[in-house]
Design a protein around this ligand. Structure first.
Ligand SMILES: O=P(O)(O)OC[C@H]1O[C@H](O[C@H]2O[C@H](CO)[C@@H](O)[C@H](O)[C@H]2O)[C@H](O)[C@@H](O)[C@@H]1O
Ligand code: UDP
Length: 728
């Protein structure tokens, strides 16, 4: 099969040309993440169309350059006299600041018509020049992939000429909220043009959402789960978080502590903010002076724009001041280099760096951060501390924290960054059990119950104590939050038996464990937080944003957030669409809020749940027991009967095995119990030998539980039998 050709169009080619003779040219790699990101395109036959970084005015030079570039799969676009007004002007002085929330530069406010209009004219002309070149090289079946804010009019020019062309447009920068975008005079024309593309892509869900909103507010288009519909025509809008090729970095020793910064010298990268924070750090941490070096690679960019020259001067000024204040004859705290470096040097730097300091104020993606984790992960281990770049004190503290982080901590963090924990509920349980559960021997359960003196009942709620769904429609699953009507009285009876401790939800004399045991209370008491100390929950807001976005795009879905977890459910949504959205959501989580967080992402049958690592019912059981023992001094005899019934997610199935006799023996003497309240009672707390321990999964035959019951009706019957055991 013939693979489609891909025509990549971007303002700059991946190489920048320099004339070395009348007909000879040399090349260097162009700066910036767009080039790094697209270098990985291997699956397609690709031709790259863009500006070669120089103006060429003579025919001989143009021809020679075109031939030299053709060997690299590149096709030059000669912009000539429009280049300055187009690139420095409209692209980088109008679109770039607006897209990064910096607003319109002051000069445009004073001279709106002339400056703005002439630059926009240059933008249109330049896009026409790109169109001519694409057209000249286009072959039927080619896919044309337009990149970035430099070529927003190109999709329209291409589609007007040939509506059958397959055209995509991807934005590498943020797309701002519609309030900011509205300040752009040519806002409608640019949106309309982009909408002529077949597919429009962004790095993050936020940027995609802003784009869809801008189309709705400004053009009055309709938003659907797939994208934007304008007069019956659908433009798909999707999120493709650009990544890196980790192998490039992974495959590629120690100074005094090294902090590294790698950024184009751009106003959005927050380099002065970085220097100010570092200065504060040195001010407040005398011990570190002379022992830490900040090496900043400040890659030159857009030198033709005044703002970029200013920021360079500003950085040089700050570096001079800080080196003057804290430097000595033998060392300076900052080395600032106005240059780019070779790929191998960059890899070597990543590998020996202790701390990568990124303080971008706004960024499309920031590949440097991903590259560092890939490059440093193998050798050093690393952990990300999230900071607000505007808060000098916070960044300064984070520098201190990062420099003092132990190797173990770094390794722990890098592990959680590298592994997305996807626990496929059923398949995982299936793999791990290897044995099928038996039907619950109810007679034995009741007999043992009556013989025992101190019983522990652990009961799940959803699907265990709730009414079963008679209606077999999937949409009814999991939505029943009501206690089974026949259970009220029976639970009450069970809980009032002094020999029985019940852990669950309810209104009776029992222990209520909420949020996987993170919160615990006796019905007669207050909620006690059982959250482990230092549990980092900073990821929650980001995850909520992702869930909100998918909820808006997936009719019938909803999400629920609690203190330590967020769950997105799509029982009510179209099944196939919901599944596709869930898959997409996992990518977003991975690329965004969970990429740096110690969380488990659990995919349920019709749900996606994110919670802090280790928040499982099994791990909570120890804490819960500890609290019960602490608060309930009456537990003087060991627990001699455990009945654990639930309809738990795969990740919670450890609760079924928690009391298994051989495990109990092992764990009770393990350091895990060392400091907990169970230590004092560990030898006497639990006395289960197997015949007095029943783990039961409701309605699930792929489980770690030893037994199963079909439905919560069976649970009701069993509980009835337990209540009446003395009086059958
Ligand atoms: O070509 P220049 O004007 O020198 O600028 C270099 C590139 O800067 C921007 O890069 C963006 O793309 C990266 C990869 O997707 C992303 O990680 C980063 O956050 C963006 O700023 C610009 O969007 C590119 O067009 C430029 O080539
Ligand atoms: O001397 C250098 C410094 C940086 N980079 C690369 O430039 C890219 C910068 O991308 P990022 O997304 O961080 O920011 P952008 O410059 O695109 O805004 C990364 O792939 C770096 O590896 C490079 O090739 N040489």
């Amino acid at each position: 099969m013939v693979r489609p050709r891909l025509l990549v169009v971007s303002m700059s080619l991946p190489v920048t040309a320099k004339r070395t003779g009348e007909e000879t040219w040399s090349f260097t790699m162009s700066p910036g993440g767009l080039v790094s990101a697209l270098l990985g395109l291997k699956e397609f036959e690709t031709k790259w169309i863009g500006w070669p970084g120089v103006d060429v005015h003579d025919a001989v030079g143009k021809k020679a350059l075109s031939i030299a570039l053709a060997e690299k799969g590149c096709i030059p676009v000669f912009l000539e006299e429009v280049c300055d007004q187009y690139y420095n002007g409209y692209c980088n002085n109008i679109l770039w600041p607006i897209f990064h929330y910096l607003g319109t530069p002051p000069e445009y406010r004073n001279d709106v018509i002339i400056t703005y209009q002439s630059q926009y004219d240059a933008y249109k002309k330049a896009n026409r020049i790109f169109f001519d070149v694409v057209n000249e090289h286009y072959q039927e079946g080619d896919v044309v992939w337009c990149h970035d804010y430099h070529v927003m009019l190109l999709p329209q020019y291409l589609k007007e000429y040939n509506s059958k062309m397959k055209v995509g447009w991807f934005l590498h920068t943020p797309f701002p909220s519609s309030e900011m975008y509205k300040t752009l005079p040519s806002r409608s024309e640019l949106l309309r043009s982009v909408l002529t593309a077949d597919l429009v892509g962004f790095h993050t869900y936020d940027f995609a959402r802003h784009f869809v909103n801008a189309c709705m507010c400004i053009l009055g288009t309709e938003a659907t789960s797939e994208g934007v519909v304008d007069q019956g025509k659908l433009t798909r809008v999707a999120v493709f978080p650009i990544g890196i090729e980790p192998e490039r970095f992974i495959n590629t020793s120690k100074l005094s502590e090294l902090i590294l910064g790698v950024d184009r010298l751009d106003t959005i990268k927050g380099i002065p903010h970085k220097y100010q924070a570092f200065e504060k750090f040195l001010e407040e941490n005398e011990d570190w002076r002379g022992k830490v070096l900040l090496l900043q690679i400040a890659v030159p960019t857009r030198n033709g724009i005044g703002e970029y020259q200013k920021i360079k001067d500003q950085c040089h000024g700050l570096v001079g001041r800080i080196n003057g204040r804290f430097g000595s004859i033998s060392s300076v705290p900052i080395i600032h280099l106005d240059c780019s470096i070779h790929f191998h040097q960059l890899c070597a730097l990543y590998a020996i760096t202790d701390v990568l300091l990124v303080t971008s104020l706004r960024d499309g993606m920031n590949l440097v951060s991903s590259e560092f984790f890939a490059g440093a992960g193998q050798s050093l281990g690393a952990g990300a501390l999230l900071v607000n770049p505007w808060n000098v004190k916070e960044v300064s503290n984070a520098i201190g924290e990062a420099l003092s982080m132990s190797r173990e901590e770094k390794e722990k963090n890098i592990k959680s960054i590298f592994s997305i924990k996807l626990n496929e509920v059923t398949s995982k349980a299936e793999q791990e059990t290897g044995k099928a559960p038996h039907e619950l021997p109810q007679h034995d359960v009741v007999q043992q119950y009556s013989k025992s003196k101190n019983r522990l009942l652990i009961l799940g709620f959803y699907g265990t104590l709730t009414k079963p769904n008679k209606n077999q429609e999937r949409r009814d699953e999991g939505m029943n939050l009501e206690l089974h009507p026949q259970l009220q009285e029976r639970l009450k009876a069970l809980c009032s038996d002094p020999k029985t401790t019940v852990v669950n939800f309810g209104e009776h004399d029992m222990w209520l464990a909420a949020e996987n045991g993170m919160f615990l209370r006796h019905t007669a008491g207050e909620w006690v937080t059982k959250m482990p100390e230092n549990m980092n929950l900073k990821w929650i807001d980001g995850v909520k944003q992702v869930f909100k976005y998918f909820t808006e795009r997936t009719p019938g879905s909803y999400f629920q957030a609690s203190e330590t977890s967020v769950v997105w459910n799509y029982h009510y949504a179209d099944a196939e669409f919901g599944r596709a959205q869930a898959k997409d959501m996992l990518q977003h989580l991975w690329a965004g809020p969970t990429s740096n967080a110690s969380v488990d992402v659990v995919q349920g049958r019709y749900s996606v749940e994110v919670h802090s690592v280790g928040v499982t019912k099994g791990s909570a059981t120890e804490r819960i027991l500890g609290e019960i023992v602490l608060q309930n001094k009456s537990i003087t005899t060991p627990i001699d009967y455990v009945l654990c019934i639930g309809n738990f997610l795969g990740k919670d199935e450890d609760v079924y095995t928690f009391f298994e006799p051989e495990l109990t023996k092992k764990t009770m003497s393990s350091p895990y119990y060392g400091s907990g309240p169970l230590k004092k009672v560990s030898s006497t707390l639990v006395d289960v030998k197997g015949d007095n321990y029943f783990s039961v999964a409701v309605g699930n035959t792929h489980t770690k539980a030893s037994y199963f019951l079909d439905s919560s009706d069976d649970v009701v019957q069993l509980i009835h039998k337990l209540c009446t055991h003395n009086n059958p």
